[in-house]
Design a protein around this ligand. Structure first.
Ligand SMILES: Cc1ncc(COP(=O)(O)O)c(C=O)c1O
Length: 384
């Protein structure tokens, strides 16, 4: 045996869903068993119960559950009649679904740049993107700010621009549900808010799921119809073109249990983020939360000098610390999206961030010894 062989450190999970399952004990399994006993797998009683709890949590009048975060976005676009000839302004630095739903409906996503400090849509670039879209002869109908990595976008500035231009503001809160903006929770900051319950999200289910929040009674009724094939008075009364976009009852039952511990998990995520910031803030560009905002820390994303990321990730991996890059390419450079317009002046910040960002493990069950291992590994990697 080689006496000098280095013992591989046990890998740390990037997101520890098993730790959450241990904390929840039998509650989730019992909730699933209740659904398998009553057999109302689609639109069972848990779906309405969850929607009531989600509305309470968010402060919005209505929570309409649906099959995914992508469906949450597409349903709102369908309800607002977005289609060919319309422009919807999206940040370039986001997950593809933000713009995908726009293109899917035959409308044109127009990419705006983001702010380097917050990773969120830059209001100045939003104004330029509106000008770009108009010049191209498009009707600018909507803006989709994204609460990237869990931090709310700059809603005061975005709403002011939206009001001046008559735009519908759709918050893509797939990563931001549970965060707040000057005392107001996500769900109340835009005309409608879409979120995702993908398992890795701060509030995730055991498969795909999503929800839409709005104060608008007519929009909520339209969304409920659209998610069920455009039903009217009953399932076989088809009054509009819709989709199969309902949340499964089993996922609703799981989410009811997870929502109960969500406030506590948000606090734990914030403690972990504060610990990272205190330990690493003087070594590397760590995320900063603007005054009056809270983040739900969907990701903890630092920025490294261009050209050093690969070596950094490899060093952490050797220490058993996984990392992830969200996102290695902004949408304006993706094959499927590169032909869509970009705001005048381009999106230089999005282009640069894609080369700089890297995310560290972040979840509510990151205990101090595990986090210290990550911090030590980051320090070592930065010093070599
Ligand atoms: C910003 C953003 N928008 C939309 C989505 C789509 O959500 P889903 O995967 O539930 O369809 C995601 C999911 O990763 C996302 O991060």
């Amino acid at each position: 045996m080689n006496q000098h062989a280095r013992l591989e450190p046990a890998p740390i999970p990037f997101i520890d869903l098993a730790a959450q399952r241990r904390r929840l004990g039998s509650k989730v399994d019992e909730a699933i068993a209740r659904v398998t006993a009553h057999c109302q797998f689609v639109m069972g009683p848990e779906v309405r119960a969850l929607e009531t709890e989600l509305a309470k949590f968010s402060g919005a009048r209505h929570a309409v559950s649906c099959a995914s975060g992508t469906d949450a976005l597409v349903l709102v676009l369908m309800a607002k009649g977005i289609g060919p000839g319309d422009a919807v302004i999206c940040p370039a630095f986001t997950f593809c679904a933000t713009a995908e739903v726009v293109a899917l409906l035959g409308a044109t996503p127009v990419f705006a740049d983001v702010d380097a400090a917050t990773f969120n849509i830059d209001p100045k670039s939003l104004e330029r993107a509106i000008g770009t879209a108009k010049r191209l002869g498009l009707k600018v109908k909507m803006v989709i700010p994204v609460d990237l990595f869990g931090l709310p976008a700059d809603y005061d500035a975005i709403t002011a621009i939206g009001d001046a231009e008559g735009l519908f503001v759709l918050d893509d809160a797939a990563q931001g549900f549970g965060a707040s903006y000057h005392g107001r929770p996500i769900g109340m900051l835009a005309d409608a808010t879409a979120t995702s319950f993908f398992p890795a999200k701060p509030l995730g289910c055991y498969g795909d799921g999503g929800a839409i929040f709005t104060d608008d009674d007519d929009l909520a009724a339209m969304l409920r119809s659209l998610r069920a094939h455009g039903e009217g008075t009953n399932r076989y009364d088809n009054v509009r073109i819709g989709i199969t976009g309902r949340l499964d009852t089993i996922q609703a039952a799981i989410l009811i249990e997870k929502l109960k511990i969500f406030p506590d998990e948000i606090a734990a995520r914030n403690r972990a983020a504060e610990r990272y910031a205190n330990a690493l803030g003087n070594l590397v560009a760590v995320p900063r939360v603007p005054d009056g905002l809270t983040s739900v820390w969907a990701q903890y994303t630092i920025r490294l000098p261009v050209g050093t990321r690969e070596r950094f990730a490899a060093a952490l991996k050797a220490d058993g610390v996984p990392t992830a890059v969200y996102y290695p390419k902004p949408l304006n450079r993706q094959e499927a999206y590169k032909h869509f317009p970009v705001a005048d002046g381009g999106v230089p910040v999005s282009d640069k961030l894609a080369d700089e960002v890297i995310s560290l493990p972040m979840h509510a069950y990151l205990d101090p010894p595990t986090q210290d291992r990550i911090i030590d590994a980051v320090r070592r990697a930065l010093s070599t």
